[in-house]
Design a protein around this ligand. Structure first.
Ligand code: NAD
Length: 418
């Protein structure tokens, strides 16, 4: 039995080229890869990863392998795997279990295959690997020293586990590093969500009413980029501070029920469930387009859409038409799964450079340090600052340094106006 499962190994040569292209745009991770290949911080231990299998993830895997790790990898979404990249990884002796378009059963089968390899450190995006280890595969807990988590939804789930005492090993919340969420969530999700919508539909954004549900780090990026393309952006929120910020950034803010009547395109990006549901769909204009970029496919009430529809047609890749009893048609992109990964290629390499530099350095931190008590930890400040410094240097941007006088001034309370 082979220690991998991918769709088509003959795609590997394409996957190698994709990975090379990504690597060329990931200078920070490439530098870390070079250091790891000399220092071998992982010394033969197994890392289990549940991450979107993209060309950028392949560069991360290469980095971990260069550092002496054995890597077992599965996708973190049934619809986000790039099959050519998965094929290329399988050629490199990575234990990869991933292909695009999986059933839920196949998806969790792959997660369990990764657990079969006995990971010492886990790298997760959405906490499905940690969740499976803590529920169905508790025997694996004895091996695990710690883990990392890539996304907001995963961190939320892990904090819930910590609160109830269910969490059994330490996790570093990579998502919460400044060099992650300020860039990946905002500029990465902002650009790639628009990219996914355009690849699925090829519609013109200029002049359209574009509704962004959720004005968090990702929502801010999507709203900003949609505005840049000439759309009239409407924001819906449940948090008064975020709603206020959206209003002062020049967006119209209103309840989802009101936005439902005017929106041409809707994007959910909340990490919440049933944000767009039957009562909203019943009010939508004929031709409205629904997309989700949040981690799970729960933000749009797909069951509601199915119930309202009398028939459904696939119009083109990632674009389904739902025909409603009253004659209106609503369009759902990528089965309501994160549209930037399912209909496009996920975040551009330049932002994943920072996110995955954090992943690599946090995995090294876990490998080198004593096992920590089971809690959710922030990314160590030195790692965050190292990533920012390396990225600036790779971008050939220089900044000022504090003078001694300024250091003294900033540390004192005695000196005021002069
Ligand atoms: N597509 C991607 O590549 C990608 C990348 C990063 C994060 N994510 C995912 O996107 C989601 C959002 O991440 P984030 O970092 O922006 O989170 P965040 O916590 O910064 O923002 C979420 C926002 O949604 C709002 N919200 C919650 N319920 C709502 C509702 N019913 N209606 C309107 N607004 C509501 C919250 O008040 C908050 O402001 C998470 O699921 C995260 O895992 C996806």
């Amino acid at each position: 039995m082979e220690n991998f499962k991918v769709k088509d190994r003959s795609l590997a040569s394409k996957g190698f080229l994709q990975t090379e292209w990504a690597s060329n745009h990931m200078p920070v991770l490439s530098q870390i890869q070079k250091r790891f290949s000399e220092e071998k911080p992982f010394g033969g231990i197994t890392l289990g990863a549940c991450l979107h299998v993209t060309k950028e993830t392949a560069v991360l895997v290469d980095t971990l392998v260069a550092g002496g790790a054995k890597v077992a990898l599965c996708g973190s979404n049934p619809l986000s795997t790039q099959d050519d990249v998965a094929a290329a990884l399988s050629e490199k002796d990575v234990n990869v279990y991933a292909w695009r378009d999986q059933t839920t059963e196949e998806y969790y089968w792959c997660v369990e295959k990764v657990i079969d390899h006995g990971p010492i450190i886990t790298l997760d995006d959405g906490a499905d690997l940690v969740g499976t280890i803590h529920s169905k595969r508790t025997e694996a807990l004895q091996n695990v020293k710690g883990g990392t988590e890539e996304t907001t939804t995963g961190v939320l789930r892990l904090r819930a586990m910590e609160k109830t005492g269910a969490l059994k090993y330490a996790i570093i919340a990579v998502n919460d590093a400044y060099t992650k969420y300020l860039f990946d969530n905002r500029y990465g999700t902002g650009q790639s969500t628009i990219d996914g919508i355009l690849r699925a539909t090829n519609i013109l954004l200029a002049g359209k009413n574009f509704v962004v549900c959720g004005y968090g780090w990702c929502g801010r990026g999507i709203a900003m980029r949609a505005k840049g393309m000439g759309a009239n952006v409407i924001v819906t929120e449940v948090n008064p501070l975020r709603a206020l910020e959206a209003a002062m950034n020049g967006f119209r803010v209103m309840p989802t029920a009101e936005a439902a009547t005017t929106g041409d395109i809707f994007v959910t990006i909340t990490g919440d469930i049933n944000v767009i549901r039957k009562e909203h769909m019943q009010k939508m204009k004929n031709g409205a387009i629904l997309a989700n970029s949040g981690h799970f496919n729960v933000e749009i009430g797909i069951k509601d859409l199915e119930e309202l529809a009398v028939s459904k047609r696939n119009i083109r890749r990632n674009l389904d038409e739902y025909n409603l009893a009253d004659g209106r048609k609503l369009y759902l992109l990528a089965d309501g799964r994160l549209v930037n990964l399912a209909a496009a290629e996920g975040h551009p390499s330049e932002v994943m450079d920072m996110s995955f530099a954090n992943q690599a350095l946090c995995a090294e931190y876990l490998a080198k340090n004593e096992k920590m008590p089971p809690k959710v930890y922030p990314v160590p400040k030195e790692i965050d600052e190292t990533v920012a410094t390396m990225k600036l240097s790779a971008m050939k941007i220089k900044i000022d340094e504090l003078t001694d006088e300024q250091k003294k001034y900033l540390a004192t309370w005695e000196m005021g106006t002069i």
